[in-house]
Design a protein around this ligand. Structure first.
Ligand code: BV8
Length: 237
């Protein structure tokens, strides 16, 4: 096998499931109880900002709850990143802060962060761990009425796409963990990695929508599968 010099890892809600956070499309997932169109689009926020703020306030309260902590899958990724001498980039679709709390540093939150708020007036984004209300004044510009979760809604452009595609085009290993492969453009990253000639691996509870696009797969809970897989990878380098 060619030497592994540049790795891109993509994670989704499945990696945080064993930490106690719900996924989106599992039977007990978030979209089973609320519609995307009502809470996760700019139109929903324009139509009923209070409802959208409540949806994210409830999830933010859940996240700052001290029972929620990184699980062995998050920790294994952070450990591998620290030890790996080559290029490493972790792209997460998740808006929780479990990767950074596990120690990951080379990390992009392509769908934003639940623990940050953004001001629509001055554009600044700020650490935010309590409830957010539409009339909350922005600490940076003092204007009220423009604060929103620093989260990418459907129909909005995910963050740092140039940097992500640059890494995908240069990688020789792409690992997708805990994502159903339903949401684009993230679900298309495996194609970009294949075009770059990278080895593609899916580590998931069950086959995702894009399972057939991966050369290799290991199925099982991330907390069990991910540490073992990355230990073996480190041992093979
Ligand atoms: C955009 C933040 C364009 C909010 C989220 C084709 C190309 C481009 C776009 C589109 C396209 N087709 C459709 C679109 C539009 C849309 C889209 O993809 N819609 C889907 C529903 C069809 N995409 C967009 O709107 C994106 N923007 O395209 O912009 C553009 C162009 C120019 C100018 C402007 C704009 C924006 C998408 C981002 C939306 N925001 N999140 C929030 O979190 O509230 S998406 C949301 O879904 C989360 O981020 C989540 O992470 C993400 C993906 O879901 P998953 O993470 O995969 O979670 P899911 O529950 O689905 O799956 C969990 C998996 O884990 C399962 O497979 C399960 O088996 C597994 N699992 C469970 N337990 C475990 C486990 N695995 C391991 N261990 C376990 N224990």
């Amino acid at each position: 096998m060619a030497e592994t010099r540049s790795i891109v890892v993509l994670t989704g809600a499945g990696i945080s499931r064993e930490s106690g956070l719900h996924t989106f499309r599992d039977a007990d997932g978030i979209w089973a109880t609320v519609n995307i169109e009502d809470v996760a689009t700019p139109e929903a926020f324009a139509r009923d900002p209070g409802r959208v703020q409540d949806f994210y306030n409830e999830r933010r309260r859940g996240l700052v709850d001290n029972k929620i902590a990184p699980n062995p899958a998050h920790l294994a990724l952070a450990e591998f990143e620290t030890a790996f001498a080559g290029d490493f980039l972790l792209v997460t679709q998740n808006i929780d802060d479990l990767h950074e709390r596990a120690g990951s540093r080379k990390l992009i939150h392509m769908h934003g962060e639940l623990a940050k708020a953004r001001c629509g007036n001055c554009g600044k984004f700020i650490e935010w761990r309590e409830d957010l209300f539409t009339d909350t004044a922005c600490p940076a510009c003092d204007q009220a009425g423009g604060m929103r979760p620093h989260v990418v809604w459907f129909g909005e452009m995910p963050f740092e796409m140039d940097r992500i595609y640059e890494a995908l085009e240069a990688c020789d290993l792409f690992v997708s963990i805990g994502t159903s492969g339903n949401v684009y453009p993230a679900a298309g990253f495996v194609q970009a990695a294949r075009m770059a000639g990278a080895r593609t691996v899916e580590l998931n509870l069950e086959p995702s929508e894009g399972a057939s696009l991966f050369e290799e797969a290991v199925y099982g809970p991330a907390g069990t599968v991910v540490p073992g897989w990355f230990t073996d990878l480190a041992g093979s380098l």
